[in-house]
Design a protein around this ligand. Structure first.
Ligand code: ZN
Length: 374
């Protein structure tokens, strides 16, 4: 079964190798290494090194399932492990496959870039939301050389927007509108290709390039930051929707972090958004955080005293937030605003909207929207 290939023409050298690999009918090695050393006048520790250089062996029944080439062994220790290789793919095939997948990924990136170049439209024809998303992303993620947008994943939470879900909405918007091109330097592990050749791009792990020149982008900034645009902004329903959305995600992020602190679970659905939006009609994010914090804390205490399903406790959180708000409105309470949680600093989006456009220092957190837009 064992096949040997000698790499030497010297007869004595060949004998050493043959002695080393000789097996009896049960497949046991006939000679001990020390016996081989003694009979050829060698040091015991030199024998395996010598044989490794001058011969290798293989078995026809243990081969790579892909290329069908037999595995090669150069030492007894390797050979003893031979059954580990049965039904396996060899290193060369794995490497070839990896190269093949990487080539596919590279051509996928090039395709995406070509599509983006083809679909690109003039920057000035985009609406307010697109422009604000683009400028906030540049502010948050541009690299030191001002040439590329770094992967979102390599930045801490709240760098771009208040919440990771919102971050992805923003990036998807910019990619979908061909405002960002997937960068050629994107790490290939950001793209997954499955067996059916379907691919999945992890947008938070890609790097990007801007589809527009700095000159074009500066024009947009100038346009947005002039006094007449800012006055009109306050009357724009698109802008007020964007402000509200940013505030809503501030509240959602705070709700998630508070639930985590109390180890409660909540699937954040439409009702959550509805209740938080109702709160934001009259109150600032800082005040809504107070409603949220009280509701979660009360539920956690209730849950400790009276063990019910944690999911049920968290669902009652939303009702509690709503009740807290209704009571505060009915009694005209002065709701104490909370400070920002240190894990949820102000994001680039919030800074751009509330500080730069509306001229209020972290106003999106500190003040109710109706006050900021009046
Ligand atoms: Zn192979």
């Amino acid at each position: 079964m064992l096949q040997i290939k000698l790499l030497t023409d010297d007869e004595q050298h060949a004998r050493i190798c043959e002695d080393y690999w000789r097996q009896d009918e049960r497949g046991e090695f006939v000679l001990k290494v020390e016996e081989i050393a003694a009979s050829h006048g060698m040091k015991q520790q030199d024998v395996p090194k010598f044989v490794k250089k001058n011969a290798f062996v293989w078995r026809q029944d243990i081969f790579c399932v892909q290329c069908k080439k037999a595995y090669l062994y150069t030492s007894r220790a390797q050979y003893k492990e031979k059954y580990r290789f049965r039904n396996q793919v060899c290193a060369a095939c794995i490497e070839a496959e990896r190269r093949d997948i990487n080539e596919k990924k590279k051509s996928l990136i090039l395709d995406m870039r070509r599509n983006a170049q083809k679909g690109k439209i003039d920057l000035s024809s985009f609406g307010l939301t697109s422009k604000i998303f683009l400028l906030s992303t540049i502010k948050a993620l541009i690299d030191q050389t001002n040439t590329k947008i770094e992967p979102l994943r390599s930045h801490p939470a709240c760098t771009l927007s208040p919440d990771p879900d919102y971050d992805k909405i923003i990036l998807n918007h910019l990619i979908g509108n061909y405002m960002l091109l997937v960068g050629v330097g994107t790490r290939l592990d950001a793209i997954e290709i499955n067996e059916n050749e379907h691919y999945n791009v992890n947008i938070d792990r890609c790097e990007y390039e801007l589809a527009y020149s700095y000159g074009q982008i500066s024009n947009v900034i100038e346009d947005l930051l002039n006094d007449s645009t800012i006055n009109n902004l306050k009357r724009s329903s698109e802008f007020s929707y964007l402000c509200r959305e940013c505030q809503l995600y501030e509240c959602l992020a705070f709700l998630k972090i508070t639930l985590e602190d109390y180890k409660l679970h909540l699937s954040l659905g439409e009702k959550t958004r509805l209740v938080l939006n109702q709160c934001l009609e009259d109150f600032s994010v800082a005040q809504v955080c107070n409603f949220i914090w009280r509701a979660v804390k009360d539920d956690a205490i209730y849950h400790m005293r009276c063990p019910i399903d944690k999911r049920q406790a968290a669902n009652s959180t939303i009702n509690n937030i709503s009740r807290n708000m209704e009571r505060a409105l009915a009694n005209n309470w002065d709701v104490i605003p909370l400070h920002r949680n240190h894990n949820l600093p102000q994001s680039a989006l919030s800074h751009f909207i509330f500080d730069m456009l509306l001229g209020s220092r972290d106003g999106g957190f500190e003040r109710p929207l109706h006050e900021l837009l009046s």
